[in-house]
Design a protein around this ligand. Structure first.
Ligand SMILES: CC(C)(COP(=O)(O)OP(=O)(O)OC[C@H]1O[C@@H](n2cnc3c(N)ncnc32)[C@H](O)[C@@H]1OP(=O)(O)O)[C@@H](O)C(=O)NCCC(=O)NCCS
Length: 208
């Protein structure tokens, strides 16, 4: 898969194509911030969609699973998850569905200072959905939308350096390691651990 949508559907009611849309090979320097967009993106059985009533409670249960909390920390309160699903001008949390079931969450945030414009992604899947390629598929789907209709030229992601599954998942999509950010984030045990900054430029997106 490359940055063409490869059969994936990308629709976002009210979405404003960024200045980079249609100019796939050059950075969208100077692109303007748009309102929070909540796209619907589909690839086979996997669907990324805006939040609906009831999602925050389900996502909180997933966030509390040990395999997720290990890397994401204690789950936020339901009201905070609801606010993330509503989004703001700097980003939004979206729901990942697989075969109609809520499987996890994926969020993007945007740096809209034209000089440094880029977007970042974070993702979690419930334990029952991990290790089957869904992480790669969801990350590629959202990155494709950010690089295409949303007009970004650079996407970042910053897993814990020790999170091998995440690092391999992102590398499979085309993210490259930039460097280790020492003692970057505080883990559930209260100690700071290293993070790995990875980035992906337009034209580097690959698919599973
Ligand atoms: C990280 C996460 C999104 C990845 O999604 P996923 O669907 O599990 O990943 P994929 O199946 O697409 O790819 C996983 C890769 O890790 C490998 N992998 C699977 N289990 C692993 C393990 N226990 N240790 C190391 N690598 C592992 C797979 O072989 C695959 O690599 P490959 O393509 O080189 O073979 C998902 O596992 C998750 O949500 N984990 C819990 C929360 C989390 O860590 N979020 C990320 C925070 S930055």
């Amino acid at each position: 898969m490359n940055q063409g949508n490869g059969g994936r559907q990308m629709t976002a009611p009210g979405d404003q194509p960024g200045p980079g849309a249609g100019a796939q090979d050059r950075p969208a320097a100077g692109a303007q911030a748009g309102p929070a967009a909540r796209p619907v993106l589909t690839a086979g059985r996997l669907r990324i969609r805006p939040g609906q009533p009831g999602d925050a409670a389900r996502l909180r249960v997933i966030r509390a699973e040990p395999s997720v909390a290990r890397w994401w920390g204690e789950p936020d309160e339901e009201t905070a998850i609801e606010a993330d699903l509503a989004g703001d001008s700097s980003g939004v949390l979206l729901v990942i569905e697989i075969g109609g079931q809520v499987a996890g969450g994926i969020q993007y945030h945007e740096e809209n200072d034209p000089k440094f414009r880029h977007a970042g992604i974070d993702i979690y899947l419930g334990g029952g959905f991990q290790g089957q390629g869904a992480g790669r598929q969801a990350t590629a789907l959202l990155a494709g939308w950010l690089l295409g209709p949303r007009g970004h030229h650079r996407i970042t992601i910053d897993p814990a350096a020790a999170n091998e599954q995440a690092v391999r998942c992102y590398a499979a999509v085309g993210f490259r390691p930039v460097g280790v950010m020492r003692q970057y984030e505080c883990g559930p045990d209260g100690t700071f651990r290293d993070g790995l900054l990875m980035d992906l430029l337009r034209g580097e997106l690959t698919g599973p």
